[in-house]
Design a protein around this ligand. Structure first.
Ligand SMILES: [Zn+2]
Ligand SMILES: [Zn+2]
Length: 307
């Protein structure tokens, strides 16, 4: 076992590890990016529009084109409605069933979480109010729209015939000066196998992280073995504490002397290596005590250094 670990060529192993990790990482990013392409594009556009509206409420005209592009490119977007102060629809990006009404009003549903709303003119729709961030998280991670449906059923007690109802995610921005509102109405169509892709990706990342963790412990084990320290102790500490163990190990080694011939670690006061007899330190010509590298005079007898 010790022989085997002693022979591991860590420079090569680390290089190989980095190359494989980069290759796998890039492949994963490309694969996930491709699978979630539409979702990511939606998130990017949605976020941009949201920021722009928050910073610049008064310029709704300029943003309609971007809203239209975002809506057209995402099957999750059911509609984006712009309403004036009286809740009259002044713009709809997809002309959905909700845009057929002149006015679009929302009333609170009777529910536990106070997050659900209903539209009096449409008794098949329920709207779950979400924040900007919730909508983004749901867009990527919701496994099935049934998940959202189920959660809604648990929250709303008093809606008869829930089976006939469709739950939409609603996020909105209101301009408090003009009373105008923008409603983003979404329905999540999950990426096929999306959740599995994410799980597999996380598992692969975890696997690489574990390899790193074990490699580090093995490296310290090998180094301790070569330094004639207790490899089980130092390898074990690193296996449990990872980088913290390495730091302790380095500090410990720096307070000792390493034999340049055989690599054994030993007390700083040693003149000769206790394992191979190599001379480790220069000594005072007069009294024979150890001279440190930069000492000009002997610390013990005060005589000038000779070389
Ligand atoms: Zn030695
Ligand atoms: Zn001396």
């Amino acid at each position: 076992m010790n022989n085997f670990i002693e022979k591991i060529p860590f420079k090569k192993v680390v290089l190989l590890y980095i190359i494989v990790a980069i290759l796998v990482g890039v492949s994963l990013i490309l694969f996930i990016g491709n699978a979630f392409q539409d979702k990511l594009a939606f998130i990017y556009n949605y976020h941009r529009i949201y920021e722009e509206l928050e910073n610049n409420h008064n310029n709704l005209e300029s943003i309609k084109d971007e809203i239209k592009t975002m809506s057209d490119n995402s099957e999750d977007v059911v509609d984006v409605l712009i309403l004036n102060k009286e809740n009259k629809i002044i713009y709809s990006s997809k002309n959905s069933e909700f845009a057929n009404q002149e006015e679009f009003t929302l009333n609170k549903a009777e529910d536990m979480s106070n997050a659900y709303f209903v539209n009096p003119n449409n008794d098949t729709a329920i709207f779950r109010l979400t924040t900007n961030k919730e909508l983004i998280v749901n867009t990527v991670l919701s496994n099935f729209d049934t998940e959202i449906q189920k959660e809604s059923e648990d929250q709303i007690f008093y809606e008869p015939n829930f089976d006939n109802k469709q739950v939409y995610l609603l996020s909105y921005i209101a301009n408090h000066d003009t009373g105008e509102k923008i409603y983003f109405i979404n329905e999540i169509h999950p990426v096929e196998n999306g959740k599995m892709y994410i799980k597999v990706t996380l598992a692969i990342m975890m696997f690489f992280f574990m390899i790193y963790w074990v490699l580090l412990a093995l490296y310290i084990y090998q180094n301790a073995l070569k330094s004639k320290l207790n490899p089980y102790l130092w390898g074990g500490i690193t296996l449990i504490t990872n980088i913290a163990g390495v730091i302790i190990y380095i500090i410990y080694k720096q307070n000792q002397k390493t034999c340049f011939q055989c690599g054994a670690l030993q007390d700083k006061s040693h003149i000769y290596c206790i394992y191979c007899g190599t001379k480790l330190s220069e000594t005072c010509h007069t009294c024979g005590s150890v001279l440190n590298r930069n000492d000009k005079y002997c610390a013990k007898c005060g005589k000038k250094r000779q070389n």
